[in-house]
Design a protein around this ligand. Structure first.
Ligand code: NAD
Length: 492
């Protein structure tokens, strides 16, 4: 469907109120769950075509997360969608009803990146559907098989008038961005983040930008004796997921020369444990998305600095897990997000030098601190800024259902996951319901002219006083007493 017509069709559906119906939304989410259960083969085939991901890798890194997320939203659906009532109200509103309504924005555009092409398109879609929006999903053209799978499969499971997949490259997407949306959610690079933010600014459309950046890892000397094997394992695990093509992949390591030596001692043994003698033959190690990215990554490898790995096969788009040592901050590999299985190590003399280096770069999406010393950990946490942190691990903060995921500065704005996915696509509409009765008039009378000094004093005193709401007898008596006091004050 042509861009304008597509948006208009969805807007008509939204205005009809169809997606405001809670049962309708729940049914759509349940249908998505069914889609995840019934189309495992199709998803796996598509991911094999795009990234040479095995079925079990697809399950582990994509399908599990989709199922957990949609199940979590469904089990919390009633509490997410219900009208909120603040626990406290201002004394001036003691006779009113204060409510926060969860209003959908309208027609939402979700633009996904290619690296986890299922999750990045569908996780935000769960939140957008749950909160009552109509949705256009725009998958990345760089993962064409998954884009095709979504375009073919979504209409079989979701209501076509409310949810659509739009396929296209840069030109088509730029045309689509000229349309008026009520919310835009992008997962992508900071470069495209700026393009989308500019387009959205023209119509004051709110946006969430889930972007990337260079995620630093600091390994403290305090790990040197006791924990270096675990440290090495956790870093290499995080780095090798999706062959490093992950927004929160460890991008570079900062440590002393001694720590670097220990890391390099453990690395070969750990890679062998994970992927066998030859990672190329492992079912759990995928390929680079395309030849452009392969060539980009190839240029980042300085042969003189390879401490481990460095096996490349352009025909197969294969790059083995590769570690570069003694890397300098001015080296090419330190100038951009790596987004591949190459891990440079930079030597710093102490934690302060690491902090200074981190702060000399744009704010990252994630950071990993390995330390057995709480003082060091807190020093880094309190002197740097980034989207989120795992201490003594990698990736895990992104998987924690209690934490939302999002960047800051160059790594993005806004966040999602868990309840935040619902809130992201919801306008929290404040509603104050007053009574037209005499009792409702008691506080209102304070605000009518003429403005006596007494009224001004009373209003300024009670304006910020809040009271617990509880609909019990005590509250009724207190309400009555306050009413009497107001009434007598105003009538003096
Ligand atoms: P990208 O920015 O090139 O593409 C993202 C989306 O924007 C795609 O749908 C693409 O079709 C569209 N697009 C690309 N160029 C465009 C243009 N000029 N005008 C309009 N639309 C355009 O990103 P990518 O290469 O798909 O993904 C890699 C980037 O995404 C990395 O920086 C990575 O860190 C980031 N990322 C972030 C997260 C996160 O959760 N924060 C997750 C995954 C990836």
């Amino acid at each position: 469907m042509e861009q304008h017509l597509l948006v208009e069709t969805l807007r008509k559906s939204f205005n009809s109120g169809k997606t405001r119906n809670l049962t309708f939304r729940k049914t759509q989410l349940k249908n998505l769950l069914k889609m995840y259960e019934e189309t495992v083969e199709e998803m796996s085939e598509a991911l094999w075509k795009d990234l040479k991901k095995s079925k079990r890798d697809t399950y582990m890194t994509e399908i599990i997360h989709l199922k957990i997320d949609v199940e979590n939203i469904l089990s919390n659906f009633d509490s997410y969608t219900k009208i909120e009532r603040p626990a406290k109200t201002a004394l001036v509103n003691i006779f009113d009803r204060v409510e926060i309504h969860n209003d959908p924005y309208g027609v939402v555009l979700i633009m996904g990146a290619w690296n986890f092409p299922l999750q990045l398109n569908l996780l935000p879609t769960h939140g957008a559907i749950a909160s009552g929006n109509c949705v256009i999903i725009k998958p990345s053209e760089l993962a064409p098989a998954i884009s095709e799978y979504l375009a073919k499969t979504i209409p079989k499971y979701l209501d076509k008038d409310c949810y659509q997949v739009f396929q296209g490259g840069i030109e088509e997407t730029q045309k689509l961005l000229k349309e008026k949306f009520d919310y835009i959610f992008l997962t992508g690079s900071p470069k495209v983040g700026k393009i989308v933010h500019q387009a959205a600014a023209l119509s004051l459309t709110p946006t969430t930008l889930e972007l990337g950046g260079k995620t630093p890892v600091y390994i403290d000397e305090s790990c040197f004796n006791a924990s270096m094997e675990i440290v090495t394992k956790r870093i290499l695990w995080g780095k090798c997921i999706n062959a490093g093509q992950m927004c929160v992949s460890p991008d570079y390591i900062l440590c002393t020369k001694d720590v670097q030596k220990k890391f390099l001692e453990y690395a070969p043994k750990i890679i062998k444990e994970f992927f066998g003698e030859n990672p190329k033959k492992s079912q759990d190690y995928c390929r680079i998305i395309n030849s452009n990215h392969f060539e980009r990554l190839q240029k980042l490898i300085d042969p003189a600095k390879i401490a481990f790995g460095g096996d490349l096969d352009p025909q197969d788009l294969y790059i083995s897990p590769t570690i570069l040592s003694d890397v300098h901050p001015n080296d090419l590999i330190m100038q951009e997000e790596i987004f591949g299985p190459i891990l440079p190590i930079l030597n710093v003399k102490d934690v302060q030098e690491a902090i200074d280096l981190i702060n000399s770069k744009e704010k990252a999406l994630a950071m990993y601190i390995f330390s057995n010393d709480a003082v060091v950990t807190n020093k880094i946490l309190n002197s740097t800024s980034c989207g989120g942190v795992t201490v003594n691990g990698t990736i895990f903060h992104k998987l924690c259902p209690l934490l939302s995921h999002g960047g800051v500065g160059n790594s993005g704005m806004g966040s999602y996951h868990g309840k935040k996915s619902f809130d992201t696509f919801t306008h929290k509409k404040g509603v104050l319901k007053k009574k037209l009765s005499k009792i409702g008039e008691l506080t209102h009378r304070l605000t009518y002219p003429p403005y006596s000094n007494l009224k001004i004093n009373v209003v300024s005193k009670i304006r910020h006083i809040s009271a617990e709401i509880s609909f019990n007898i005590l509250n009724f008596i207190l309400t009555f007493l306050f009413g009497m006091i107001f009434a007598s004050l105003i009538n003096i």
